[in-house]
Design a protein around this ligand. Structure first.
Ligand SMILES: Nc1ncnc2c1ncn2[C@@H]1O[C@H](COP(=O)(O)OP(=O)(O)O)[C@@H](O)[C@H]1O
Ligand SMILES: [Mg+2]
Length: 357
């Protein structure tokens, strides 16, 4: 029994282009997995209002990054990631309190944390690692930020390491921080101050402070980034797509970036699948206006259904990985039971989800 809490959780990462249903699928998968039963946490980045309500997440809550129980969903918790708050936590974890205070007050640091996609993805990854290490959950279901069709999320630990420990920053700040800081205090800072006074702002000095402080994060960040990389390497990765050409392209790009991301996708989820029987359905034969409208409608949907099937066949043939199909529901699922229902009605997904056990 005691072993249960130290067991590494199973991690399921749902990735793919924006709008393909990542957040919906993550919530649905989490709802189904929790019924095993398993202590499950769904980690989401950008839930739509109604989905957030179903998950019991208050959108603007001071308790961001703190998981809360999902109402009526068994042992299921949910959390919405706040990357800015995550960066504050990361800074406090890896820097001295003095440096952390200065960094979080620095406008360049805040700009990077807020707007830089790699920084957002990295913050999400580090937060996932925190939850994984807590021992509080058996399964984590991770909804990824939509940057670069999900690739960014997997690249972020390495990119972060390169940024903070990389050549540019070393060149700017010196290989040995203490010596360089001394040099900076005695020689560089007065120069920057002079330049700043000519420019009429504390721009250069603040940038230099930022870069030096960022360098001190390197050791902690590098170790953590390597741990996140290992975690991602063990995770089950599900790439979601729809029949939209853009989404299919992104999914393909994910597969062709594999050499760089050390993570092999375990399955493709084809969301918003139309029934094949619609391809040949013709509608009523009558001559009433209603019948004619229905026939026209069916004819249009027949074309869509064929396109949908062709896209599924094409992508299945191109990407050698198990594929699950999820039906296109008339009503977008926004409560826990319809989210779980969506996943239960999927075909091929149960084997993909079970095979990890
Ligand atoms: N299988 C489905 N059937 C019907 N609507 C869906 C389905 N999957 C997703 N949706 C809807 O599509 C929209 C985008 O889904 P979302 O999960 O937010 O995508 P993403 O997180 O990839 O941007 C939402 O309105 C969602 O309710
Ligand atoms: Mg989303």
């Amino acid at each position: 029994m005691g072993q249960r809490s130290v067991k590494r959780p199973e991690i399921i990462i749902v990735t793919g282009a924006g709008g393909v249903g990542k957040t919906t699928l993550s919530a649905g998968i989490a709802a189904v997995v929790a019924q095993r039963p398993a202590r499950t946490l769904v980690i989401t980045v950008d839930p739509a209002r109604r989905l957030a309500d179903a998950l019991g997440i208050a959108m603007r809550d001071s308790t961001t990054n703190r998981p809360t129980p999902v109402p009526n969903a068994g042992p299921l918790d949910a959390v919405m990631l706040d990357v800015t708050a995550s960066w504050e936590a990361i800074t406090r974890r890896h820097a001295t309190p003095e440096v952390a205070d200065r960094l979080t007050d620095n406008q360049y640091f805040r700009a990077v944390a807020d707007r830089f996609p790699a920084a957002q993805s990295y913050a999400a990854g580090e937060q996932v690692a925190e939850f994984a290490q807590s021992g509080n959950w058996d399964v984590l279901v991770v909804d990824t930020p939509p940057a670069e069709g999900g690739i960014e999320f997997f690249m972020a630990p390495r990119r972060m390491r390169e940024l903070v420990g990389g050549r540019l920053l070393r060149w700017l700040t010196g290989a040995r921080i203490p010596g360089r800081r001394m040099f900076y205090r005695t020689a560089a800072r007065p120069m920057l101050r002079l330049a700043d006074s000519l420019l009429g702002s504390a721009l250069l000095e603040e940038i230099a402070d930022f870069l030096l402080d960022l360098r001190t994060l390197y050791d902690g960040l590098a170790a953590r980034a390597a741990a996140i990389d290992r975690l991602f390497g063990q995770a089950k990765v599900l790439v979601a797509t729809t029949d939209s050409p853009g989404a299919m392209r992104e999914a393909g790009r994910f597969f062709s970036s594999l050499p760089e991301i050390n993570t092999a996708p375990d399955a493709l989820i084809f969301n918003r699948t139309l029934p094949d029987r619609w391809i040949t359905a013709r509608g009523p034969k009558g001559t009433e206006a209603e019948d004619i409208a229905l026939r026209e409608n069916m004819a249009r949907w027949s074309i869509e259904a064929r396109r949908n099937r062709d896209a599924r066949q094409e992508v299945a043939a191109r990407l050698a990985v198990p594929m699950a199909t999820v039906p296109w529901l008339r009503q977008p699922p926004t409560d826990i039971s319809s989210l779980a229902d969506l996943i239960t009605r999927a075909s091929g997904l149960d084997t993909i989800l079970e095979s990890a056990e």
